[in-house]
Design a protein around this ligand. Structure first.
Ligand SMILES: O=C(O)c1cc(=O)[nH]c(=O)n1[C@@H]1O[C@H](COP(=O)(O)O)[C@@H](O)[C@H]1O
Length: 273
């Protein structure tokens, strides 16, 4: 999916919500455990209930890998279900990959070709030749970690260098890489004070912003300095939405929480116009 299709979807749905599908069998409603594929059943009901309110879904791959082959099958069924039934949705494989070029190409093939995700999260630590193999894929997006939401995110990302904090160097350097137009960046919602500075470096790129909901990030604070004329933000909430309810009506509870966020987003988008 290209950027203009994503922007059109944001306008149409008046939403820039991304729902994280971080499925933990210990947390899903117990009645689903009797199903043949509880993870897929959980995702399918969530997606059917919320697809009008969200523009993106982000399965975090760790939650599937943790269940071995069964988990990978549930992941494949989930992405196939999204692509077949809701092709307008932007899909993110939250895999945080990145390795020597030869290996990165195989990661890119796995997530862009075999699984057919629109995008993947990638770590910048190994530099240009570890990220450019992802960027080489046409119509696919590489979402580079810049300033992450966790407390330890600043351990390295905040290190001061002669040319500014390390995360700023990541942003500036990534813009010089081949096919940099295919980049988005991860910036945590828990660090709203950094958005103004970040927008000086990347005024137009989309930012994937996790950390609203369970991690306590605030939507309005992120938007104050994060929004661009095209919106430029995808705000992710995982646990805050998918575990909003824990019984037979879990999908309704998830929809209610997604709706609450979408309504806030609608007001923000209208004010931004
Ligand atoms: O790349 C990510 O999505 C990510 C980056 C980051 O800085 N912080 C962060 O929480 N995430 C992911 O975003 C999701 C947040 O989940 P919740 O805290 O449950 O909303 C998890 O899948 C995290 O792995």
């Amino acid at each position: 999916m290209n950027k203009s299709a994503l922007i059109a979807q944001i306008k149409q749905k008046e939403s820039f919500l991304c729902i994280g599908l971080d499925v933990d069998l210990a947390k899903i409603p117990t009645h689903l455990l009797e199903k043949k594929d509880p993870i897929f059943e959980f995702n399918k009901q969530l997606i059917d209930a919320t697809h009008n309110l969200a523009v993106a879904y982000k399965p975090n791959i760790a939650f599937y890998e943790a269940y071995g082959i069964k988990g990978w099958k549930s992941l494949k069924k989930t992405i196939n279900y999204l692509n077949k039934n809701y092709p307008e949705i932007f899909t993110i494989a939250d895999a945080k990959r990145g390795d020597i070029g030869n290996t990165s190409t195989r990661y890119a093939k796995a997530f862009f070709e075999d699984l057919n995700f629109d995008s993947i999260t990638v770590a910048p630590y190994m530099g240009s030749d570890s990220v450019e193999p992802f960027l080489a894929f046409e119509n696919k997006t590489t979402i580079l970690l810049a300033l992450t939401s966790n407390k330890g995110g600043l351990d390295f990302q905040g290190l001061k260098t002669n040319t500014g904090a390390l995360y700023k160097n990541v942003l500036k350097t990534a813009l010089t890489w081949k096919n940099a137009q295919n980049l988005m960046f991860v910036v945590g919602a828990t660090k709203p004070a950094y958005f103004a500075e970040i927008r000086k470096i990347v005024p137009n790129h989309f930012l994937l912003v996790p950390g609203v909901g369970a991690q306590g990030g605030n939507l309005q604070e992120v938007c104050n300095h994060g929004l661009t004329k095209d919106c430029g933000l995808l705000i992710n909430s995982s646990r805050g939405i998918i575990y909003a309810g824990n019984d037979i009506n879990f999908a309704k509870a998830a929809k209610k929480e997604a709706f609450r966020l979408q309504q806030e987003m609608k007001i923000i988008l209208n004010e931004n116009n």
